[in-house]
Design a protein around this ligand. Structure first.
Ligand code: PXL
Length: 280
């Protein structure tokens, strides 16, 4: 099983490839990387960061891999360094995804109701086109609203949101859907399974904004799907691992902008993954 992770390298701040590579590899599959940009830190909560767009290198990297005859079972794309890279990702899919392989798009563009710096409406419109080429998309609530032109503040009808996303892609999974159950606040993932049924999986809501949570979730989901685990179980494993990592980060009291302390939760995730893979 060979996975390609397309994402940036934020050298500090635990997101993108510094999260995807360890989690996907530890899941027990080969993970190659295609870096879209190199930054000294990610852009959320830091100033003065360096940013090198690697668009120029991508065509020759793809050409070399084609010479080697490389083909992928799963490709996951995340943070892109420029709007032009959206077309490059489509080309990577056309050239390098095996027939019957899985294209997963994490349309990284924003959080907490706002687009990140470097993103605008034109990027969102192009991203809709990339999502149309995906088998699975994993937006957070902000990105799901942007992709469906839904006002974020008013968005509480998550099944309806999922319905709109399905016009773009058959298997969306939306993270960060807050809801109350009695006097408890929960954080749910709304998703569509292989048969097209709309489902949800809720975990405890840990108060606070934690950077890189979407990357931990997407990477764990890819690891589980790559091990042949069903979407239902993969969503549960990924959501539980992310929640445990958020809880750990809160307990450690490290700054949210330095990312999730998922390292000490990794073994628990891998043991659960192994049990699920044996049942699959
Ligand atoms: O985790 C999302 C992300 C990835 N990469 C970069 C970012 C962000 C969010 O801010 O800035 C460079």
């Amino acid at each position: 099983m060979r996975v390609l992770a397309i994402n940036d390298i934020s050298c500090v701040g635990k997101c993108s490839l510094t999260v995807a590579l360890p989690i996907i590899s530890a899941s027990g599959v080969t993970c190659d990387i295609l870096p879209t940009a190199i930054l000294s830190t990610h852009t959320g909560g830091f100033t003065g960061y360096t940013f090198r767009d690697l668009s120029e290198d991508i065509p020759s990297i793809i050409a070399h891999w084609k010479q080697l005859g490389l083909r992928y079972d799963i490709i996951i794309s995340g943070y892109l360094g420029s709007i032009d890279q959206i077309e490059m990702v489509k080309e990577v899919k056309r050239e390098l995804l095996k027939e019957g392989g899985l294209m997963i798009v994490d349309p990284v563009m924003g959080d907490n109701g706002k687009l990140y710096v470097h993103f605008d409406r034109a990027f969102v419109e192009q991203m809709k086109g990339l999502c149309r080429e995906a088998d699975v998309i994993v937006p957070n609530l902000t990105e799901a609203c942007a992709l469906t032109d839904t006002p974020y503040e008013k968005c509480t009808d998550y099944p309806a949101l999922l319905g709109k996303l399905r016009a773009l892609c058959p298997r969306p999974s939306v993270t960060g859907c807050d809801e109350t159950a009695g006097d408890e606040t929960l954080c749910a993932v709304y998703y569509t399974d292989e048969a097209g049924a709309v489902k949800k999986y809720a975990t405890e809501k840990v108060e606070g904004a934690f950077h890189g949570a979407g990357d931990v979730y997407a990477s764990a989901l890819v690891g589980a799907l790559a091990r042949g685990i069903s979407t239902d179980e993969a969503v549960r494993l990924a959501a539980d691992f992310t929640t445990a990592s958020i809880r750990q980060t809160k307990q450690d009291g490290t700054e949210a902008r330095y990312g999730l302390n998922s390292e000490s939760c990794m073994l628990g995730f891998l043991e659960a993954l192994d049990r699920a893979a044996k049942r699959a």
